[in-house]
Write a protein that binds this ligand. Structure first.
Ligand code: UN1
Length: 493
């Protein structure tokens, strides 16, 4: 069995404890991918020490020079795209066409972040006094602890790590224990691109190790993507320690379909939004809210299409939907299916694990649709993170918006309509960080702000130019060239 290593201070090293854990493919429980370090406090200490030391020189390197290295990382991601996608599919399950898209998102982020190093604009403003100049510019923060989930094992860490590096920070990165191999390749790519030693450090391990990163006094910022439960705990610790923290957590994203919508398109959108990545995206469509005039027709068409989706090993070209991540997730999908029905929903299709032939070796759950789900149904309100879609009937446009906003999360949203007025009203009224018009709730692009309102996050946006608000502090500078003491607010009034 291949043994993998951590990457600390420019070296590939074994965990100090000598402990490892196996990583098993969700498509085939006989396929053990390798043994990965089960890192602990001492490994975290070593990585943070290296990152703190490396910050001194990395933060002083001219930003465009850092950009050259990140651009090179993007080129290497291009070169290794197909190979990396295969590894990602093997360890987390989604079909290869999706993992290739995942790597592409990292490529886009690399090139965008690299270009931003020539554009990390500051602001100037007139001083209220004569012969004085007011400036402000972005400065890096220090050591950033990055903790991410397995569902986008390359794209999501790239959203944080690459702009974080571009801005002059150093990184201690803990990927999910379900996708450590993708983390190893990520580190290999940054190493080959010429990221100096200590600037980027990879620590493999389980959840408890993430805590050591969060609690480490020399880690200045935490960037987290994962469950609301864990994110909230991280937020509490960072609050207590006065650490900057960016949290990207759950979603219960809804797609609204109005009577005037292009029905075929709305069905296509819901299928991709709900069952793409086997429903395991924070942006996944988990609720469809359909206006009453086309409610029955919509259910008929989508059920027919959902039943025909081809489940299987993501490495096979014919596979449309891969496995869920592990047995616990499979139980969770079953549990929410049962809740959805017990709370008054009507099972339309799926609702059970898929076990035909080779599927029995993995953790597959049939694409599931439950209709007639009302706001009192727990399925309407709680995140499943799997291929379980609920459908709810709306009386009219206003009712659809009310149902959409009846939700503790606010990440993504969508509306299918041909009525331009209703589309614009929806943009204004929907409580979510992202709203799509005539497109599904998934599919954010790397150069646009990404994040949610309400229970989804804590007010930050990754992606685009806004990610630099996370990874930089503002330095304000006053230059007085009057050669006399000018007291603000006093001498000038
Ligand atoms: C996530 O599920 O954490 O918009 C990120 C999307 C993808 C990113 C999803 N580009 O669906």
């Amino acid at each position: 069995m291949q043994k993998f290593k951590n990457y600390i201070n420019g070296e590939w090293v074994e965990p100090i404890s000598g402990k490892y854990f196996p990583n098993i493919s969700p498509a085939n429980n006989e396929d053990i991918i390798g043994d990965f370090p089960d890192s602990g406090q001492q490994d975290v200490d070593a990585a943070v020490r290296a990152a703190k030391e490396a910050f001194k020189s990395w933060s002083r390197m001219p930003a465009p020079k850092r950009g050259d290295i990140i651009k090179k990382a993007g080129d290497i991601f291009v070169r290794r795209k197909a190979e990396l996608a295969k590894i990602m599919t093997r360890e987390m399950g989604k079909p290869t066409f999706e993992t290739e898209g995942d790597v592409q998102e990292a490529i886009d982020t690399a090139f965008y972040s690299a270009s931003e190093t020539r554009r990390l604009f500051g602001f100037t403003a007139p001083s209220e006094m004569e012969n004085k100049m007011n400036l402000s510019f972005r400065t890096p923060i220090g050591v950033c602890g990055i903790i991410t989930a397995w569902n986008f094992p390359v794209a999501v860490p790239s959203w944080k790590i690459l702009p974080g590096l571009a801005a002059g920070n150093t990184i201690v990165y803990k990927p999910s224990k379900e996708s450590p191999y993708s983390g190893v390749i990520f580190a290999e790519i940054l190493e080959e691109a010429g990221v100096p030693k200590g600037v980027f450090n990879l620590l493999l391990g389980k959840g408890a190790m993430g805590n050591f990163i969060v609690e480490h006094p020399d880690v200045n910022l935490i960037g987290f993507t994962g469950s609301t439960d864990i994110g909230t705990k991280i937020g509490e610790i960072c609050g207590r320690m006065n650490k900057k923290v960016s949290l990207e957590m759950g979603g219960k994203n809804a797609q609204i379909v109005l009577d005037d919508a292009n029905l075929e398109l709305a069905v296509e959108g819901a299928l991709w939004g709900a069952f793409g990545t086997t429903g395991q995206r924070c942006t996944a469509t988990s609720r469809v809210i359909v206006e009453k005039g086309i409610y029955d027709k919509f259910i008929e068409v989508i059920a027919d299409r959902a039943r025909k989706l081809r489940l299987g090993d993501g490495s096979k070209p014919e596979t449309e939907v891969g496995p869920v991540i592990h047995a616990q997730s499979l139980r969770n999908c079953q549990n929410y299916t049962n809740i959805g029905i017990e709370d008054g929903g009507r099972l339309i299709c799926g609702g059970e694990p898929a076990t035909d032939g080779d599927l029995s070796k993995g953790t597959f759950f049939k694409p599931t649709i439950i209709a007639d789900v009302t706001t009192s149904n727990r399925l309407f309100n709680e995140e499943v993170f799997g291929p379980v879609l609920s459908i709810t009937k709306a009386e009219d446009f206003e009712d659809a918006i009310r149902l959409q906003n009846h939700c503790e999360y606010g990440l993504s949203s969508s509306i299918f309509t041909r009525d331009v007025n209703k589309a614009f009203l929806a943009i204004r009224e929907i409580e979510a960080g992202i709203t799509y018009i005539n497109a599904p709730t998934i599919g954010a692009e790397a150069h646009m702000p990404f994040g949610g309102v309400k229970g989804t996050g804590n007010g930050h946006r990754e992606g685009g130019w806004t990610v630099f608000d996370i990874f930089t502090e503002w330095k304000t500078v006053y230059v007085d060239y009057s050669d006399r003491l000018q007291r603000a607010q006093i001498d000038n009034y």
